[in-house]
Design a protein around this ligand. Sequence first.
Ligand code: AMO
Length: 433
Amino acid sequence: MTSFSNLKRKENDLRTAYSKDIDGKVEGRPLLLAGWIEDIRNLGSIVFLIVRDNYGPFQAVVKGDLAKEALALPRQSYISIGGIVKPSSGSKAFDFELITDRITVLNRADSSLPLDATGRVKADMTTMINNRPLALRIPHEKDVIVGKSYLLKAARAHLLSKGFLEVDTPKIISTSSEGGADLFKVDYFGTPAFLAQSPQLYKEELVLGLDHVFEIAHYFRAEKSNTVRHLSEFLSMDMEAALYTKEDAMALLEEIVRKIYEEISSRGLVAIRIDEEAEFPRYSYRELIEFLKSRGYEIKVGDDLTTEHLREFGKEQDGFYFIVNWPLSIKPFYTMPSPQDKLFSESFDLMHKDVEIASGGQRIHDKNMLKQRIIECGLNPNDFEQHLRVFGWGMPPHSGWGVGVDRLLMRLMGKENIRDVVLYPRDAKRLVP
Ligand code: AMO
């Protein structure tokens, strides 16, 4: 019978250390490592293997019959390799190397691979996406995904420290949460249903029971437009909080972006700089209209801003900034009208140069007002009956936001295309891998 302890011992027979452990402290000691052969340099009587594990590359010196075996191995084969640690004799890249006495081939790689996993021969984005697991062997490609993990860690830690509770809400829904045509339909046991565009209605409802909530999850938009910032499945970080005003929500969002920036820049993973002193600038929607008019654009108050408009304004901006008080007519039904001018709303977008990173604002908490806005937006209040009920149970005034995590990561990492920061992107033309 194979017991767990037997399995454990077997695993230890294949690896006792990682590349990060090879240093002066283990000089003269035997180590056993596992990794992928990145490079093989044949110097005749001696062969140098560059092997990469999860922590980076190391150099192994192989001689005699073992060298012959090593030379026959395709690059990227996965091996367990044992030997004695010695100071390296002529390498500039490695202070220490492994004088090899044992190689176990755990899995031979195909002799022809779809991309150069050392990154020396550049592959295009489509090749990277089609072969993502192999592309992640390239350090700067892996950095993006490491960055995403730490982005989420920093955001979660900050929200939890502020008393927010992480929730999870359904992704198969019966009614559109954002309105609009970009809904994916699914056949739910014969009944038409949709994939959630956002957790909007649920997160608002949960404020009633939980006060401060957040959710980090995938959402779905049937985006036909093929742009560098739209996917049909994207990762969103959403929060909703009782008694928060639009200002409170914006302050929390700015705090979180800064915490994320601190976390990932402390790991050397970030490509941009955020000024620690200056607050993110705020511009009203009206100010943007005036700016665009002054640049010769034919635009009037009430019009939505196009990509071209945002590109024009974004050129003037160094980094992150807010656009506040959008016209009510172009915001979803749940958005609170501004008390001083009902044509505008208590809403904001967080931008980075020309790209929208997040949107949010104060929501309507009065049941009758919400029903009225649903009708004004051309929606059927009967479809929202379940949701409207909750607003009669003592719904607190509340605000929140939703951050496009992939877009934020794209900008922090200095990438131009959202597909560069998503492991397996989904768009109108891509459903695999
Ligand atoms: P909105 O529709 O503006 O607002 O979405 C919030 C943020 O999500 C990101 N995003 C996308 N990212 C990639 N591909 C897409 N197709 C895509 N669509 C949106 C953007 C955007 O700013 N419920 C509100 C949020 C709120 O008010 O709390 C909402 O969904 O970065």
